[in-house]
Design a protein around this ligand. Structure first.
Ligand SMILES: [Zn+2]
Length: 103
């Protein structure tokens, strides 16, 4: 590993440690919008093959099918389902605005 790469890794490590010391640090979450073309809820693809690692450290490299640009996406929080029917119901309710009871 070259000196520049080592230096960069050290700076990243220091930055991460500083984030841990900064309780005010807020991670902005956003709706599903492509950061390149701005399309709301674009169709995306991921080429990531199955990997292994801590659940809290997961990220995905995704490609927008609208503009063909790629970026890294980090899930912030989880909604977990232990069976597929519950998963389907979740997305159906999300598509319906999750507001059936409000009408
Ligand atoms: Zn896009």
């Amino acid at each position: 590993m070259g000196n520049r790469a080592e230096e960069l890794l050290e700076r990243i490590a220091v930055g991460i440690e500083k984030l841990g010391d900064e309780p005010e640090f807020e991670i902005p979450t956003a709706p599903p919008v492509c950061p390149h073309c701005g399309k709301l809820n674009p169709t995306i693809k991921t080429d990531d093959s199955a990997g292994t690692g801590p659940m809290g450290d997961i990220f995905m490299e995704v490609t927008c099918m609208n503009c063909s640009h790629s970026w890294f996406a980090v899930p912030q929080g989880w909604v977990n389902f232990t069976n597929e029917p519950d998963l389907r119901e979740f997305f159906e309710r999300a598509e319906n605005g999750n507001s059936r009871e409000d009408h």
